[in-house]
Design a protein around this ligand. Structure first.
Ligand SMILES: Cc1cc2nc3c(=O)[nH]c(=O)nc-3n(C[C@H](O)[C@H](O)[C@H](O)COP(=O)(O)OP(=O)(O)OC[C@H]3O[C@@H](n4cnc5c(N)ncnc54)[C@H](O)[C@@H]3O)c2cc1C
Length: 310
């Protein structure tokens, strides 16, 4: 490991590569972080800590662009508790002379990285969507309504990235073995190509499940929800899309019973195609939807699901 500028380290929790990203590292935020790190130049090192991490390290090694992996096998880091993890990471940053430390802007990254920055006495740069050079970064502010370009004069840059803003790095072709088709779970919300999202208009958890899950199944889509739906207990907290939830940018974002509040739009407005079903023709969601259907979702969603199945 060299201490020249552009040297980056990607922090990786074993739980993220495994449970959140599924079996292929090409779907993980790590691959986006690699793309971001490549814009900086220099060599890229992945950092993994936890117990039984050999297989995770092997998976990370399949991501093209990662040159070196630091793996710390110790159960103390399993849950990624920042009180344990941050000093370990800082120790490795100092030892390796790393200049840029990148983590996903996930709950894990948001929990850990500010503590790392504080220990190093530097300012964190959060949720970046672009890299202009090794000191200058682009990040959305005011719930995505303004884009700030910020320059950091800190010696070490602690960065969290908005994964959807960066293309995924390729897997090393030589490492590809086979495709695991034994998938029973839905796609991960943050990385899914299609997302089906429900809001307060669904009225109850039972109706949410009865109406939205078959549609998601018919499309092979991940499930998302508005904050109103999450707060009302219709959907799990981890499925919230928006300013205080997950930021997604799938090929298709299909939502039903969501009004389109600015805080919700902050999490999905970069989707390639936005489709909305709402009984209120004046709902703000129609202002950004590419395809809009005014109607009762309890009629329209099952109808659409049936048509998709054919
Ligand atoms: C600091 C802060 C952070 C926030 N963060 C988030 C966030 O991350 N994500 C988020 O989503 N929100 C967030 N919010 C909340 C946000 O402001 C809205 O309250 C929320 O998005 C509304 O959710 P909704 O669209 O499901 O509900 P509503 O605004 O109540 O909209 C329900 C919609 O369903 C339609 N509808 C009702 N019945 C039917 C039917 N039978 N058929 C068709 N349509 C129907 C209605 O016409 C209406 O448009 C945040 C708010 C604050 C203040």
């Amino acid at each position: 490991m060299l201490s020249r500028a552009g040297q980056s380290i990607l922090r990786q929790a074993r739980t993220q590569l495994r449970s959140q990203a599924g079996p292929t590292p090409t779907q993980s935020w790590v691959t986006w972080a690699v793309t971001a790190a490549q814009k900086l130049g220099g060599s890229i090192t992945a950092f993994i800590a936890g117990s039984n991490i050999k297989s995770v390290a092997e998976e990370a090694a399949k991501v093209a662009g990662i040159e070196k992996i630091i793996a710390v096998d110790n159960a103390a880091y399993d849950k990624g508790l920042p009180e344990n993890y941050a000093p370990l990471l800082v120790d490795n940053i100092n030892k390796g002379g790393f200049t840029h430390i990148i983590a996903g802007h996930t709950a894990f990254g948001k929990n850990l990285m500010p503590r790392v920055a504080a220990l190093l006495d530097v300012q964190q740069v959060s949720d970046i969507t672009g890299i202009e050079n090794e000191n200058t970064f682009v990040r959305p502010i005011y719930a995505g309504n303004a884009i700030a370009t910020v320059e950091s004069s800190d010696k070490i840059k602690i960065i969290t990235i908005r994964g959807t803003a960066f293309a995924a790095a390729a897997a090393r072709e030589t490492e590809w073995v086979s495709e695991d088709l034994a998938k029973s779970d839905r796609p991960d919300l943050a990385t899914a190509g299609r997302v089906v999202s429900g809001g307060r208009g669904l009225r109850s958890k039972e109706e949410f499940d009865r109406t939205m899950l078959p549609l998601a199944d018919a499309l092979g889509a991940a499930i998302g929800a508005s904050r109103a739906a999450v707060d009302s207990g219709y959907a799990d907290n981890s499925l919230q899309v928006g300013q205080t939830g997950k930021v997604v940018a799938p090929q298709l974002y299909l939502c039903a019973g969501i009004s389109g509040a600015i805080q919700h739009l902050a999490g999905m407005k970069d989707s390639k195609v936005i489709a909305a079903i709402n009984k209120d023709a004046d709902a703000p969601i129609f202002q950004i939807a590419d395809v809009g259907l005014v109607g009762d979702l309890f009629d329209k969603v099952p109808e659409l699901t049936e048509k998709l199945k054919k």
